[in-house]
Design a protein around this ligand. Sequence first.
Ligand code: FEO
Ligand code: CA
Ligand code: CA
Ligand code: CA
Length: 652
Amino acid sequence: MTDQIRAPYVEGASDDVPTNDSGNVPFRVVAQRALSRRGFLGGSAALAASSALVGSVGTMVFAKNAAAASLGTLTFEALPHRYDETHHVAKGYDAEMLIRWGDAVVKGAPAFDPMKQSAAAQMLQFGYNNDFVGYTPLPYGSGNPARGLLCVNHEYVDRNIMFPGAADQDLKTQSKEMVDVEMAAHGHTVLEIARGAEGKWSVVADSAYNRRIHVGTEMRIAGPAAGHDRLKTSQDATGTRVLGTLNNCAGSITPWGTVLMAEENFNNYFAGDITKTKEARAYKRLGVAGDVGYGWYRFHDRFDVEKEPNEANRFGWMVEIDPYDPTSVPVKRTALGRFKHEGAHALVDKSGHVVCYGGDDQQFEYVYKFVSSRKYDAKDRKANSGILDEGTLYVARFNDDKTLDWLPIVFGEGPLTPANDFHSHADVLIETRRAADLVGATPMDRPEDVEPNLVTGVVYAVMTNNTKRKKDQLSAVNPRPANEHGHIVEMIPPGGRGADKDHTATRFTWDLFLLGGDPSKPEQGAKYHPAVGAGDWLSCPDNVAVDGKGRLWIATDGAPKAGIADGVWAADTEGDGRALVKLFFSTPRGAELCGPSFNTDDTAYFAAIQHPGDEKGSTFEKPSTRWPDFKPDMPPRPSVMVITKQGGGAIG
Ligand code: FEO
Ligand code: CA
Ligand code: CA
Ligand code: CA
């Protein structure tokens, strides 16, 4: 979700309001620690000489191009910064529309009519605010780069630019039909897509795989918290069945071809007085019923904590879906913990165990990993169903000496005992944040994507920003006060760089890959490859994708606050082009770039353009852009584009 200027309904939404008052280091740190400058851009020391090119701001843009062109493995010419009504892609590439909000997904979907929206139509059409995008080949395991399933999250809605007349209404006056459209516009879409003879990608209309998942879709709750009393409601005495999923931000495709989708800012959907529930402490830590952004509670009692006090405990989990079976019931995997999940990425470690990395996207929250008890079965796909239900959850403590300790979040260990009001592992998982506070995790600058680079074994943890961090709260891993531009941390399993790593280890090392902002303004403290100049920088890194060469494709959310459009920057992670960021794609105004991912041979790059036209004062009637249709009767539409190289070949 964006944290730039918001439509009035969600102003001040909870990813801007820290709820961590645990006192964890660095909150207790009084003196500002000196930062080691050495080893900062560890892999690029050879480039120190290039920094001599960086002179005055006026010459910098020119100088960087000359230096950058001969460095690294990326061959496209970087785009200039922009902020305008439409998207732009690097020269030599085509960006084509694949699917827009309202386009048909399921057989029988009516044509999109923004003036006559209905929940029944929306349940068959592509949802709003596409976020995570993942490609998995058809058939399963084939590696087919030209036909597959595209799995897309729909995180939230922008009411003011989505519905006619919405700008004149508020949560207390909107109709039930509008509420039900909103609920149908959330969730997930599975689409069969294929590349045609001329290299053009399209959605396979009426495919039996095509599916919409929304807030009314029945789901199962699995893992250690399933069936616990705190998950039982008047509608579900078993504590194992729940309707729907909320605020699905990022995600991933697992090695066994399922989708992991995150439930992020689920707290905004609940209203009522939490002090009238037994969950007041837990709800406060998560901001439940704090900033209410949705009027669903007026028509659906389960979103009112006073009427259904446990319903909010059934959200804030990771959800697993099998996109190859359109009748499969999605499952909430409670062993991965409960917080504002940005996403989760699973890999098969060399030991055979599955390791799953993830972040809690709020200021001063934490980075996590999960290690499965069972070993992955490469021969029997179905045998891996449930592998995420048993294992150990850890949270990261980043030490100032660049070591990283993974601290177990396990009932009965350390402080996670009845003395602290934990009576089972289910309790620990339901209140994962409080458990992580107690074990001494490091509060970070909004951990968004946490994604392993399978080529190098290094795990990238992306910190979007944290303007609330004060000078006395700095640590080596979060080195800037009022961090407006964000940064990217490398988490390195033991054994140096290389694919064959021990991701199950409880001690890693860490490094900083880059610090966002404008390197020509020293007061911003930005750090990249020295050849990155005033025309190249990025701000607010959010979601990343790693290509087959181990390069990082960095999508941003919030760069407009620094005066430039959000987009995708690519960079080498090793060698003489390390952290030399190049702008590849920029979004239309008001939008962020979400969920980038590649097909199996990197010849197609799928990019979600989320919340185009979401700016202050922008309305359905007068939006700040009508991207992508640019028709007078069409509002802006969140959409997924596919980017290909002209003449074919791998991207980058
Ligand atoms: Fe939904 Fe963390 O961005
Ligand atoms: Ca975001
Ligand atoms: Ca995000
Ligand atoms: Ca990602």
